[in-house]
Design a protein around this ligand. Sequence first.
Ligand code: GLA
Length: 382
Amino acid sequence: MTRRAWGKCLLILFWMSMGPMAADAAQKITRQRFGRTAEGIPVDLFTLTNRNGMEVKITNYGGIVVSVKVPDRNGTLGDVVLGYDTLEGYLKDNRPYFGAIIGRYANRIAKGRFTLDGREYRLAQNDGENHLHGGIKGFDKVVWKASPVRTRQGVGVRLTYRSRDGEEGYPGTVLVTVTYTLTDANELRIDYLARTTKKTILNLTHHSYFNLAGTGDILEHRLRINADLFTPVDRTLIPTGEIRSVKGTPLDFTRPTPIGARIEQKDEQLLFGHGYDHNWVLNKSDAPLTLAARVEEPRTGRVLEVYTTEPGLQFYSGNFLDGSITGKANRVYGRRAGFCLEAQHFPDSPNKPHFPSVVLSPGQQYRQTTVYKFSVSPSPGQ
Ligand code: GLA
């Protein structure tokens, strides 16, 4: 081959290695100032846009997903997550944990206590007598270091946070990296990585509230959860330790069912949860990412699928939203205005030795991938 031919060949290889993004200007990341925390720490807002015009806004305060705009059946973009227009909104009152990264321990730990290698650790009891979502100042309320990323899969934001030894009562300094990527397949992909300096526990999740109609409540959304089993809870929402079949219960979502169809039934689990607020034990396949849930909103045709590496999924039907919060575009968030699908390890695992382990040791790497994939169904109810 001549030198010129070699040169051409290399050029083509280089161009191919740049991936599709080099050829398309529609993929975009912008960064702007979102505001400052009470301590004066600057906080940014990243806007990710993919080739189809889908747009996701993420802030490095709490790693919060602020908005997700996806098309409906007619191609009309609509924002399908709950939250605030401004940083002040999140700083003032994010009791519902809108859109945030949750850590170090997503969901509940009974009485805020656990034992590791014979030593008892005590955590904040910030949900009645239990520990919830990492404590007083969890990962949802800290400012993460942030940088934009472009990969073959899409455009994204990489967030890192160093949680010091003893923070919120947990042992070990933990270094966490969370990468949000918006792909051209209309997926919001979340990759979590973490390491620790001392043996500790870790259970990370993402807490977006979805409403695929963009308005009203979520009771008409049709939900399927890929799980034959769930972990029943006591009246404080701590798992009893039993792993129970969903068969014959209102927690059976093995076939697509409107969220509201059975939510008011006189069922002990629904009474304890004030609706759905439970962990489902996912049916796992050999694939690294298994389908955890699929939700369809019949009127707009919007569909959300959740894929994850995690063993559990908390489906929370927004029961504690009570109309006291006015969010984006002056919308009042009434009861069940949004739902969460939180991929996770089971609640209270540190006190339930037969649940999959949440222990992380030095030298090990914590890894999780969860994908929220958006699409539309062609005709109502399909
Ligand atoms: C989780 C919990 C719920 C509730 C919300 C936040 O989903 O399981 O009980 O605390 O977070 O309001």
